[in-house]
Design a protein around this ligand. Structure first.
Ligand SMILES: Nc1ncnc2c1ncn2[C@@H]1O[C@H](COP(=O)(O)OP(=O)(O)OP(=O)(O)O)[C@@H](O)[C@H]1O
Ligand SMILES: [Mg+2]
Length: 437
């Protein structure tokens, strides 16, 4: 038992010996109050005030109790101080690692605290934080979030705002904090970078608009020809033939778009079933080039196939890789003028197989190049004219190749031509020169 508790027990014994029956009720009350040093002091004063005989006991113990109290207070202060330091450190660490920018501004507009993220978002130097007022900083970006604007927003019950600069968007929330006396100490302003989620939102909106547009065009055409037939065109065999031909090809186009969309959705949701098997990649590329040779021939284009290997076995999903190679070669044929040239080459090193498709066609500008893997992006319509398709070929191809842990790289010069490299990792697959092609 600690010393202090022992001395309490001793004092309580004496107390019971001097306790008179009439003082018993008050004694019990005082005893309960005297269980702590502060209680002893309080009880002594209470006893003195009441002129009680008990006061003698408490007065005798007063000195010891003051010492005990002092020790206890010191202990309490130490505990409180270390708790405060702990809380402060915890808060600083949270603020430091928070990805949201946090700024505390006092009622006079001085910056009391700005975490690392806030310094980055608001492009503040240490000197700015020390010397500049919050308004000087925020006015570089917007005038809707000055301290005055925030305070008036808060008065109207508004606790959030937003601002953008240089392609970045931020959601801002704010609130008042109290100082130690319970008065308004200033405002805390939190800046959240929402650039990426905004982009995804915008893309979703664009996607729906694009799908609707792509399906609406063939539907309008089908409707037009169906009406023509209904309004008597059906009696004209030539007209009927033409209308049905167009309706048929428009339905094919819609079917292609819907199939592409379903495939993208399967790829996105990882529901695509992969049929990975050893396959001859050289034969696959040669066959894809040959199939496109018909269209190239119609455009009087020269389509060459170049490979040092007669055959090379890779573990791939044959149909999906054929889809990719066909899309890349058909793009080369589509976006190259009559009489142009397309080279389809397959080479390899120890790590990868490279399928390289080079054309001397219309090319892609630098700006377009950064967007051609976006869904529905079809480049400059004026240049590619009727040739452009739905803009789903490259995004689908990219996802298929990435599922094979490969990549697609495109280089292009506007007016000069395009070079597409499909890289597929070999990973244990080896050359197989035995098979005839
Ligand atoms: N070899 C190329 N030369 C010039 N432009 C190209 C070439 N390949 C692709 N492009 C540009 O990139 C765009 C996107 O190509 P992508 O294959 O995704 O779509 P698409 O060919 O328009 O339609 P889809 O393939 O869905 O029928 C094309 O519309 C075209 O502007
Ligand atoms: Mg295409």
């Amino acid at each position: 038992m600690p010393d202090r508790d022992k001395s309490h027990t001793k004092r309580q014994d004496v107390f019971f010996r001097v306790l008179t029956p009439t003082a018993a009720g008050a004694g019990v009350f005082l005893l309960l109050g005297a269980a702590t040093p502060l209680g002893v002091i309080a009880s002594a004063f209470a006893g003195l005030a009441a002129g009680s005989a008990l006061a003698l006991y408490f007065a005798a113990n007063l000195h010891a109790s003051i010492e005990d109290t002092e020790k206890e207070l010191h202990g309490l202060i130490d505990v409180n101080l270390s708790e405060t330091i702990y809380e402060k450190n915890k808060l600083e660490t949270i603020l430091r690692y928070m990805t949201d920018g946090t700024v505390a501004v006092d009622t006079g507009g001085r910056i009391i605290h700005a975490n690392k993220a806030a310094r980055k978002i608001l492009r503040m130097t240490d000197d700015d934080v020390r010397r500049k007022r919050y308004d000087d900083i925020i006015l570089r970006f917007t005038d809707s979030l000055t301290l005055g604007a925030i305070i008036s927003d808060l008065a109207d019950g508004k606790v959030a705002g937003s601002f953008s600069y240089g392609g970045a968007s931020f959601d801002v929330s704010f609130g008042i904090f109290k100082n130690s006396s319970g008065d308004e100490g200033g405002v805390i302003i939190i800046f959240r970078d929402v650039t990426e989620s905004r982009k995804v939102q915008d893309m979703q909106v664009d996607f729906v608009a694009n799908v609707s547009h792509e399906l609406k065009t063939p539907l309008t055409s089908i409707k037009g020809y169906a009406e023509t037939l209904l309004e008597g065109g059906i009696d004209d065999p030539a007209m009927t033939q033409e209308a049905l031909g167009i309706i048929n090809s428009e339905v094919d186009r819609m079917k292609r778009i819907v199939n592409d969309l379903l495939q993208l959705s399967r790829l996105d949701t990882k529901r695509q079933v992969w049929n990975m098997k050893p396959a001859d990649i050289v034969a696959l590329v040669r066959m894809a080039a040959k199939k496109q040779g018909v269209t190239a021939g119609n455009k009087r284009q020269q389509l060459n196939f170049i490979s040092r290997d007669k055959s090379f076995i890779l573990t791939i999903d044959r149909d999906r890789i054929e889809q990719v190679v066909t899309n890349i070669i058909s793009n080369a044929v589509k976006y190259t003028r009559e009489g142009g040239r397309i080279d389809v080459e397959i080479v390899r090193d120890e790590a990868n197989v490279y399928i390289i498709v080079i054309d001397n066609g219309i090319g892609i500008s630098e700006l377009e190049l950064s967007r051609i893997f976006e869904r529905f992006y079809t480049g400059n319509k004026a240049r590619s004219g009727d040739m452009s398709g739905t803009g789903l070929g490259l995004p689908i191809s990219k996802q298929i190749v990435e599922e094979h842990r490969g990549s697609i790289d495109i280089q292009s010069g506007l007016g000069y031509g395009t070079r597409v490299v499909i890289t597929l990792p070999i990973e244990g697959a080896g050359p197989d020169d035995s098979g005839e092609i």
